[in-house]
Design a protein around this ligand. Structure first.
Ligand code: AMP
Length: 282
């Protein structure tokens, strides 16, 4: 299986393929791959001649050094999983210096206010880090299509906004959230959960599903209150935030407006592991 560590080597190959009219799909990841990632890869492989999966733990999107250090890294196992999924996939696994040259620093972006909501409030600088790495990957790979999970819904909207504002010629595709059997959204961080807690973490999705039911008859505020209460009854999961927001602007919903779409978003700590999830409410 082709694993590229150097951007020049990958770029040479891709530019030759582009000249032959081949389309390129990109799936940016931080590795420790699971079925959520693989579903993005499968979609890209269906829709493009060539699929590139980048595996890069991007330091500038971590506001917490400990989280960056403990982030699982497993390139060999990831390569095996990708090979089993599709032996034609190209892996791009650069070193930090290859992406950032001398200074490991983010560029600053204006994402029309999306960056000030939720994850942006609780993870300072996170979306500047995301914007920086995704823009660089787009410059290196020059994909026709790129695939992002709705698991990181705010990130998906931010990438779409960046592409529009910077006139980057790539089509962004949002892909549905893959879940473990108990409903827990798949995440590389789930590996860090003690087994018992991982089993119990289906609770998070259960609460989101209840929120979707309640939203049919309750105000956004009342729906949020029930979520807060349910987490208070389960202190092993510490709710960091819950928000009900417009799916396009991510502005918090003060009341329901006809013809608007809403989602519920939560961030939860389980034994120091930070988990996020979201659900469409209408
Ligand atoms: P990450 O490696 O966590 O940065 O994720 C890489 C890509 O996979 C992002 O676009 C994520 O939104 C997506 N992703 C992560 N987990 C899931 C999941 N459970 N279902 C679908 N997509 C996911």
């Amino acid at each position: 299986m082709a694993v590229y560590h150097q951007r020049d080597v990958l770029q040479n190959l891709l530019s030759q393929q582009k000249e032959r009219g081949r389309t390129i799909g990109l799936v940016p990841t931080m590795g420790a791959l699971h079925e959520g990632h693989l579903s993005l890869v499968a979609q890209s492989a269906r829709e493009n001649d060539i699929t590139v999966v980048s595996i890069f733990v991007n330091p500038t999107q971590f506001d917490n050094k400990d989280d960056l250090q403990k982030y699982p890294r497993s390139l060999e196992e990831d390569t095996r999983k990708l090979y089993a999924e599709n032996p034609n996939v190209l892996i791009f696994a650069p070193e930090v210096e290859d992406v950032y040259s001398d200074t490991v620093r983010s560029d600053h972006f204006d994402f029309d206010g999306l960056e000030f909501q939720m994850e942006g409030k609780f993870r300072k600088g996170h979306f500047d880090g995301v914007g920086t790495i995704v823009k660089r990957l787009f410059e290196i790979v020059k994909p026709d299509n790129a695939y992002f999970g709705e698991k990181d819904y705010q990130q998906l909207l931010i990438v779409k906004t960046m592409v529009e504002k910077h006139h980057i010629p790539v089509q962004i595709h949002g892909c549905p959230i893959k879940r473990e059997e108990n409903g827990l959204a798949m995440s590389s961080r789930n590996k860090r959960l003690p087994e018992q807690l991982r089993r119990e973490a289906g609770f998070i999705f259960e609460v989101l599903q209840q929120a979707r039911e309640n939203f049919k008859i309750q105000t956004p505020e009342a729906v949020k209150e029930v979520i807060v209460q349910r987490f208070e009854e389960h202190p092993e999961f510490k709710l960091e935030y819950v928000e009900i927001a417009d799916t396009n602007t991510l502005e918090p919903a003060l009341h329901k407006e006809k013809d608007k779409k809403y989602r519920a978003f939560i961030a939860v700590y389980a034994d120091e592991v930070r988990l996020i999830d979201n659900i469409a409410l209408n």
